[in-house]
Design a protein around this ligand. Structure first.
Ligand code: CP3
Length: 341
């Protein structure tokens, strides 16, 4: 039995006594206990691939920040890894794929991964986390959207422009679709397995949505997100967070996702009008947490007011920045909890 089911109820579109709150990237470098554990290991991958440690890190923000949901500690890049394209996490630089996808032969070599065979460490981390949480808060599973995963597989690392990935869409659209289909098949099986293992809500992160023009977004991203939503909707409520793709809200409104995540450039009233009946999640500017405590409180209250009039899950408009003061995160969380909208 869940002791605190506020997040789950809001994610199902039900009204709640107060607005639930969690933060994207809440498990990670903002917490000293994370940095300590991380520093004792060989690297990020060791943490992600050791279920007991991943479970420990998943629960840290529940203890330290008292948020209303846990998100399984992993990364979106475990999916390409499982498909046969391994990533490295380079200290202070970010992800790197030593080999990238450039040709039809490269795509042909990738497998549609079996989550039980190739991502069993995440499923085991979910099972351990669920047991350890013992119903304190619901657990969120996640995956990257196929477009964002393609972007990393083709580009090989983070980029301001992802110009190699975007070039592929113009020069070899059929190949891009083949790759997106393989990623989508893997992602659907992976999210289904996460739900089976105990994830109660799943979130799809389309972090690089905003770099595509709208017509390309519809063709190369939202059509695959729609397939994921159709497959998962009967199993668990789904949240779609597509950073920068404000113009795609009507497309998400037509999908069986329950919650739409907003970045900080979006206006909640506009999204409510374009997606009636959906729960909205977001959307404080992560940089607002650099303010004084009084400023954090005021900015959080202003955000809560903008979401009035329908179901809301408070969050930031993107992941919490690593150099954010954890005390200010607590002010954000406590302000949401005290809010009498
Ligand atoms: O708390 C949580 O949200 C769960 C854990 C989580 C991580 N990555 C752990 C992580 C989640 C949900 C992600 C998703 C993820 N990973 C996304 C989508 C969300 C977003 O922020 O847009 C993306 C694009 C990635 C890829 C990725 N992983 C990058 C670009 C980087 C390096 C830059 C950065 O943010 O640190 C990572 C590394 C990463 N993933 C870290 C963590 C805690 C830091 C690694 C470390 O400990 O050194």
């Amino acid at each position: 039995m869940l002791h605190n089911d506020l997040f789950l109820r809001a994610a199902r579109g039900e009204t709640t006594e107060r607005t639930p709150v969690w933060l994207m990237r809440q498990a990670g470098r903002i917490l000293p206990e994370y940095r300590k554990l991380r520093g004792s290991l060989s690297g990020f991958k060791e943490l992600v691939e050791t279920p007991a440690l991943a479970a420990e890190v998943t629960i840290q923000p529940i203890d330290a920040l008292d948020v209303d949901a846990a998100i399984i500690f992993s990364d979106i890049l475990v999916v390409p890894d499982a498909m046969g394209l391994p990533y490295e996490m380079v200290e202070a630089r970010g992800p790197l794929f030593p080999t990238t996808i450039q040709s039809a032969a490269d795509v042909a070599r990738l497998r549609v991964a079996d989550p039980h065979e190739h991502l069993g460490y995440v499923l085991e981390a979910i099972r351990i986390t669920k047991k350890a949480l013992n119903g304190r808060v619901p657990l969120i599973g996640f995956a990257g959207a196929p477009w964002t995963i393609l972007a990393y597989m083709v580009e090989g690392h983070g980029s301001k422009t992802f110009s190699k990935a975007r070039r592929l869409l113009y020069q070899e659209p059929a190949l891009a679709h083949l790759l997106l289909e393989k990623i989508t098949a893997t992602t659907i099986a992976y999210l289904q397995a996460q739900v089976e293992a105990g994830a109660q809500v799943v979130q799809v992160f389309d972090s690089w949505a905003g770099i595509l023009p709208p017509a390309h977004y519809t063709e190369f991203s939202s059509r695959y997100i729609a397939q994921i939503c159709a497959a998962l909707a009967p199993l668990a409520p789904i949240t779609v967070f597509a950073k920068g793709a404000w113009w795609a809200v009507p497309e998400f409104a037509a999908m069986p996702c329950r919650t739409i995540g907003l970045d900080w450039n979006q206006t909640p009233a506009d999204v409510r009008a374009a997606a009636p009946g959906k729960t909205l999640q977001g959307n404080l500017d992560p940089a607002a947490l650099y303010g004084t405590r009084a400023q954090v409180k005021a900015a959080t209250e202003a955000m809560l007011r903008r979401f009035a009039g329908g179901p809301h899950i408070a969050n930031l408009g993107h992941g919490v920045y690593p150099d954010t003061d954890a005390d200010n995160v607590r002010v954000f969380v406590d302000t949401v909890k005290a809010w009498q909208g």
